[in-house]
Design a protein around this ligand. Structure first.
Ligand code: FAD
Length: 417
């Protein structure tokens, strides 16, 4: 500790994780001085509505903010917005800022999030080609959602599909191009992919799978006029959204010599190898006691839960991170809720029927429930959370039997499959 009365904790990044950390510290009556440095001009806000109701113009900007500005103003802590942290000097514990200022820190938390993955193809710089990550992106895309316009979405992941649902409701002609053989392939199983494929097709979206984009065709005044495909054809477009994933924002950490490998490497207490520096949220490759391998997750739940872990670490409580990951996506009248990570499953059990528009897929590995994806079935998500946490072994017959109450499975003894 220096000869100052209080230590200074600097949080770099003004997104969901940074906002959740500051809020948790306020709730816990953290006695040190906190300075939050955020590149965007807004106070910490939630991004999920940017592809859903905010994009559709159904909610206003203030509703995105995690807390009203007055909460920060009255907190005694500082928000330095519209300012980028450019460099960390770990020896002197200082940060250089884009406004030429310098900040001294005792503890530093990196919550730098992610940046969108760019498509490197001929014509990628044409006007009218959008990406979606922040409020400004969502505002710009919203302007394009005009009845009769042709929107081509490159990427059939959850953000691209949420935009497709928002856009078609506005009378926009929407085409989704997905290189893989099914939608949301990276995060979900074939039954959920097929359900969303049918849902989008029946809403009027032209969904094309196994379709690789090779470039963009120019129209008047440097504006995009079409998207060219691998087999040589072109799809006419007035507007394009490229939504092909994100990459963790690690440049600041890497330049400071912190170990990174597809994310800033942190332990289960959110600590980097430098005892003075923590990292949380989308930018991390982290230890979670729930898993044996390190993970990098892109979700609000992870941002918030890691923020809570970091708050505990800052306050000397050392509560290790062991949350079960969960996620959601809203498209049309469908709420998809996912818990656990399904990638290594060896069996899928379906409860209910996609035809009823309310069903769940249980993912099992060696008989244990490792993940659940629920469509309009919140009870399956809630019960799934408990089953996944318990690594519960349950017979597939019980999971799919509509006469068995899902809740009863949580307290039932383990059953062999
Ligand atoms: C359109 C969209 C829809 C989504 N929908 C869902 C959903 O339905 N459910 C869900 O769970 N998740 C969803 N997500 C993901 C979720 O929003 C992210 O996982 C979450 O925001 C991660 O929080 P974060 O704080 O780690 O990063 P971010 O929220 O990305 O915040 C990082 C912030 O750090 C700032 N920053 C970066 N570098 C610096 C620097 N050097 N100096 C100062 N500031 C810096 C950035 O400008 C940014 O504001 C969605 C994301 C998007 C973009």
């Amino acid at each position: 500790m220096t000869n100052k009365q209080k230590e200074t904790t600097v949080i770099v990044g003004g997104g969901h994780a940074a906002g959740a950390l500051l809020t948790t510290l306020l709730q816990k009556n953290y006695q040190q001085e906190v300075v939050l440095v955020g590149e965007e001009p807004h106070p910490p806000y939630q991004r999920p509505p940017l592809s859903k109701d905010y994009l559709a113009g159904e909610v206003d900007q203030a509703s995105l903010y995690l807390k009203p500005c007055s909460v920060y103003e009255n907190s005694g802590h500082q928000l330095r917005l519209g300012v980028r942290a450019k460099e960390i000097d770990r020896d002197n514990k200082t940060i250089t800022l884009s406004d030429h200022g310098t900040l001294q820190y005792d503890r530093l938390v990196l919550a730098t999030g992610s940046q969108v993955r760019r498509l490197n193809a001929p014509g990628a710089d044409l006007k009218g080609i959008h990406y979606l990550h922040d409020i400004a992106d969502s505002d710009a895309l919203h302007e394009e959602l005009v009845p009769g316009k042709r929107l081509v979405i490159v990427g059939g992941g959850y953000i691209g599909l949420e935009v497709a649902a928002s856009a078609i409701k506005k009378g926009v002609h929407v085409t989704v191009l997905e290189a893989a053989e099914r939608l949301m392939q990276r995060v979900t199983g074939p039954e959920i992919s097929a359900f969303f494929y049918d849902k989008h097709r029946s809403a009027g979206v032209d969904v094309r799978l196994n379709t690789a984009v090779t470039g963009f065709e120019a129209g008047d005044q440097g504006h995009v006029a079409g998207v060219t495909l691998g087999e040589g054809s072109t799809i006419p477009a007035d507007t394009v959204l490229v939504s092909i994933g994100i990459i963790p924002e690690t440049a600041l950490a890497e330049a400071a010599g912190l170990p990174c490998d597809d994310g800033i490497i942190v332990d289960e207490f959110t600590r980097t190898e430098d005892p003075a520096i923590l990292a949380i949220g989308d930018c991390t490759q982290h230890r979670n006691l729930f898993f044996t391998n390190r993970q990098r997750l892109e979700s609000v739940a992870n941002a918030v839960d890691q923020a809570r872990t970091a708050a505990a670490t800052l306050m000397g409580e050392e509560k290790p991170y062991d949350s079960v990951p969960w996620f959601w996506s809203n498209q049309y009248d469908v709420r998809l809720q996912m818990v656990g990570l399904s990638q290594n499953h060896d069996q899928r059990v379906i409860r209910g029927s996609p035809l009823d528009k309310a069903f769940a897929v249980f993912y099992l590995r060696k008989g244990c429930v490792i993940a659940v994806d629920a469509i309009n079935l919140p009870i399956a998500f809630m019960v799934g959370k408990a089953l996944v946490r318990q690594h519960k072994k349950i017979s597939p017959e019980l999971l799919k039997d509509p006469d068995i109450e899902l809740k009863s499975l949580v307290s039932s003894p383990q059953t062999s499959s």
